[in-house]
Write a protein that binds this ligand. Structure first.
Ligand code: PLP
Length: 396
């Protein structure tokens, strides 16, 4: 079997239909969308059309769509822009403890600037504790940021309740929908949010391009200063091919959403069922049902996640240990630690994330290889108790 890609939460391949739409904007239509001639006009027409398409898909106005370089920039801009614009009103920011590092690291930077940050806790399934978050809010709270769904364990967050609460208190509410967009329907009015981030490469679009939705009338600071692009809110020559591709990818994802989600969650459920039934000492991380259709995250006791990842890679199966963005380091996952896992369990975690082009045969092949690898690694592990049987179960 050819290489198997089970890392769609890290990134997805560009859909052939998306690439086809993008190609002319690298060659014959290469103009700068700010130029005052035919080349520029062709570029700006494409950018405007992409903005309209994206606005329609998420129920926003085109003037509320700001193109960025991806999820990281959108997250940075959301919290920094709101904090700086609203610092006269208050200095307290609330973000969940399981946000992506793009949000957490920025919140920590803002704390150095004198902002007060609360990292709201989650329960054992990785769901934000609503009551604790509400209790942390103060008179001077100006921003609440909670992701729509978590990138490591896939848990979907109670965004409707959170945004209703924030807005009832006059607090800006932001959601990082980077993992959700493409898998879940996004409507910025239901539940109503003030800001929302998406990133094209998570839904079969190109890398390096994303959106920050900013509700009209919201007081916001800038992140990137420069030219007058994006209504003078974000400088930099527009990535024309990128935004064209992102718009097409989002349109296709929304169009095929139900079908894709059913198919992908079918693969995921088969994978989860087989792993939990056939491999002992395994824990499924994240919410058992309220999770992204493509996500399965497990902790394999007595095994280092990294050794499992490398062995799977040798077998031609691509997965992630924890978040791809932090897997260069051997730090245990901050998400799993926030969910109350012990360091050992957090270290032994692996994320399998499925996509529209995966097959049942790939799922079965991967489980079969995984079983062999787990037995082998446990046999080598000094942590594996002598009185435990190192064996796996037959397929049902
Ligand atoms: N937010 C979440 C939830 C993510 O999963 C990621 C990427 O993994 C990002 C933000 C960063 O997005 P980008 O890779 O487009 O910078």
């Amino acid at each position: 079997m050819e290489g198997i890609y089970f890392d769609h939460a890290a990134t997805t391949p560009v859909d052939a239909r998306v690439l086809e739409k993008m190609l002319p904007y690298f060659t014959e239509n290469f103009g700068n969308a700010n130029s005052q001639h035919g080349y520029g006009r062709r570029a700006v027409t494409a950018v405007d059309a992409a903005r309209d398409t994206i606005a329609r898909q998420i129920h926003a106005k085109p003037s509320e769509i700001y193109f960025t370089s991806g999820g990281t920039e959108s997250d940075n801009w959301a919290i920094r822009g709101a904090a700086h614009a609203l610092r006269g009103k208050g200095r307290h920011l609330v973000v969940s403890a399981i946000e992506h590092p793009a949000m957490l690291a920025t919140a920590k930077e803002l704390a150095k600037e004198g902002f007060d940050v609360t990292f709201a806790p989650v329960d054992e399934y990785g769901t934000v504790d609503l009551e604790k978050l509400k209790a942390s809010v103060r008179e001077d709270t100006i921003f609440i940021g909670v992701m729509t769904a978590n990138n490591e364990v896939g848990t979907i967050q109670p965004i409707a309740e959170l945004s209703a609460f924030a807005r009832s208190r006059g607090i800006v509410f932001f959601t990082d929908a980077v993992q959700a967009a493409g898998s879940l329907a996004i409507n910025v009015n239901d539940p109503a949010v003030d800001m929302l981030a998406i990133s094209s490469h998570k839904f079969y679009g190109p890398k390096g391009v994303g959106v920050l939705y900013i509700r009209s009338g919201l007081k916001m600071g800038k992140l990137i200063t420069g030219g007058h692009q994006e209504r003078s809110m974000r400088g930099g020559t527009t990535n024309v091919a990128g935004v064209v591709g992102m718009a097409e990818a989002l349109k296709l994802a929304q169009q095929d959403m139900r079908e894709r989600a059913e198919y992908v969650s079918g693969l995921r459920d088969r994978f989860i069922r087989r792993v939990l039934h056939e491999i002992p000492y395994v824990r499924l991380n994240g919410h058992p049902s309220n999770r992204l259709p493509g996500n399965a995250n497990f902790s394999f006791r007595y095994i280092e996640g990294e050794s499992l990842l490398f062995s799977l890679d040798l077998a031609g199966i691509a997965v992630s240990s924890g978040s791809a963005c932090s897997s260069g380091s051997l730090e245990p996952s901050h998400v799993l630690l926030a969910m109350g896992l012990k360091e050992g369990e957090a270290h032994g975690s692996i994320r399998f994330s499925f996509g529209k082009d995966n097959t049942v045969e790939q799922v079965d092949f991967a489980v079969d290889r995984l079983k062999e690898i787990v037995v082998k690694l446990r046999a080598l592990s000094p942590l594996f108790p002598k009185d435990c049987k190192n064996e796996v179960m037959e397929k049902e």
